[in-house]
Design a protein around this ligand. Structure first.
Ligand code: PLP
Length: 446
């Protein structure tokens, strides 16, 4: 009886060979040993068959895979602007630069004028006041955390009134009832799924009521026989009882996009003007880094600032740098629409998208263009179908084609439909077009 496994080389022999090939010069020894063991394991799984090329080629390939960063840039050719799986909002050029510029030592919590300790919030507070009109604001890691912090600060140990029509799930296990519970407040449901009136909130008031929450139905729309309490009216009704109204608006829209056919998302400024404490994401329509922003009256924000949870949820230096740079772009409407990629992509002219599609298609053998739709994504403007022009590439094996695109050095994420692969120029940056062409041509030739 011969055991085919005995034919496999020993680890130390392959390691000696790897040394001769210089593999241990470019990678830590333990990593090389790990790659060798993987290569041997894989050969054993094949019943003792050595790699088809050579042991060293196999080991080198495994080593390269181990050394490649896991988190890596991709091209979003899906046309979903705020793609949750692809990092949501791509950052503006100035925001990227700000992250690199502040990556080392910086004045994160240091007052350069006095030489005293400062607060990391100061770097964005004034800009948030300026662009939203809020009296004060505070930034944490994301909007989900912001809601927990806000509720825990104002409603811990008491009751929070929420409309039954807003007990929603945003995605990724973010459910309003669960968030309330974790924040230490008891949920008091009012109204019905489709209709809730101001009177419903008033009838639910008790000595234990600490807060009312309104949550924007980000990822779906209710239509037909529906009603909800107006935020300003709710704030006014609660004010004499000193009960704050927290409005989770989700996407952080700061510029009205109705003239671009995008309606239905609440403007942060409107909700603040109504007197609510407003919560929104940094990396949805706002177009900045992942962050959660709470804006509102100085008194309420000050309460949040001294909650120990704020320390647990604080944003990092590079996030604050990117947020500051992004917010500064909002000082001028035209600049924001041009330089914040999320807004630029959402407001791209159909004619310019058609031209970009034509130009891309002309460089890919056999490619054609066709009308299609892009979507906003990120649970924003769920109804909006943005007209676009798609580049269409016919293929008999769409799944294999998509897999080929995904495994390029710069992975390209596209979609397939009915025997063709579709690329939406709306979300493809100009600087990536050469790579996209190369990826598609390579997938065609497989
Ligand atoms: C997206 C969203 C959230 C969660 O925001 P994150 O920044 O992802 O934590 C919360 N509330 C609403 C209404 C949302 O749309």
């Amino acid at each position: 009886m011969t055991d085919s496994r005995s034919a496999l080389p020993a680890v130390h022999k392959l390691l000696a060979e790897a040394e001769q090939h210089g593999l241990t010069d470019s990678a830590p020894r333990d990593l090389v040993v790990g790659a060798i063991r993987e290569a041997l394991d894989s050969a054993r799984e094949r019943g003792g068959v050595p790699p088809s090329d050579s042991w060293m080629t196999d080991v080198r390939r495994r080593l390269e895979r181990k050394q490649k960063p896991s988190l890596t840039p991709v091209v979003n050719a899906t046309g979903v602007v705020l793609h949750t799986n692809l990092g949501r909002a791509p950052l503006a050029e100035v925001a990227r630069e700000a992250m690199v510029r502040t990556a080392g030592y910086n004045n994160l919590e240091y007052d350069l004028e006095t030489g005293d300790r400062g607060s990391r919030q100061t770097h964005v507070r004034d800009l948030l006041r300026e662009v939203t009109g809020a009296e004060d604001a505070i930034v944490v890691t994301n909007a989900a955390a912001a809601l927990v912090l806000a509720l825990n600060t104002v409603a811990n140990g008491g009751e929070t009134i929420v409309s039954r029509g807003e007990l929603i799930e945003i995605g990724g296990a973010f459910r309003i009832p669960a968030i309330l519970e974790k924040s230490g407040t008891v949920l008091v449901e009012v109204g019905t799924t489709n209709r809730t009136r101001l009177q419903d909130y008033l009838q639910a008031l008790s000595a234990r009521t600490k807060c009312c929450v309104k949550v924007h139905r980000s990822n779906f729309r209710l239509s037909g026989f529906v009603a909800e309490a107006d935020t300003a009216e709710l704030v006014q009704a609660m004010a004499p009882r000193d009960i704050p109204v927290i409005h989770d608006v989700g996407s952080g829209l700061l510029i009205d996009l109705t003239s671009y056919g995008l309606a239905g998302e609440p403007l942060v400024q409107d909700s603040l003007e109504a007197g609510a404490t407003v919560i929104f994401s940094g990396d949805k329509l706002l177009g900045g880094p992942q962050a959660g922003i709470i804006a509102g009256s100085a008194a309420v924000i000050q309460q949040m600032a001294v909650n120990p949870l704020t320390r647990a949820l604080r944003p990092g230096k590079t996030v604050l740098a990117a947020l500051e740079a992004t917010l500064a772009l909002y000082r001028d409407r035209e600049t924001a629409l041009r330089d914040i990629p999320t807004l630029a992509m959402l407001t791209a002219e159909p004619g310019s998208l058609a031209a970009r599609a034509q130009s891309l298609a002309s460089r890919i053998p056999g490619a054609t263009t066709e009308p299609g739709t892009s979507s906003v994504g990120g649970g924003s403007f769920p109804d909006a179908d943005l007209p676009t022009t798609l580049v269409s590439v016919a293929t008999d094996h769409p799944d294999a084609f998509l897999a080929d695109l995904r495994t390029q050095t710069l992975p390209v994420i596209a979609r397939a439909d009915d025997g063709r692969v579709l690329l939406d120029p709306r979300t493809i940056h100009d600087r990536d077009v050469d790579d996209v062409v190369a990826a598609v041509v390579s997938a065609q030739n497989r």
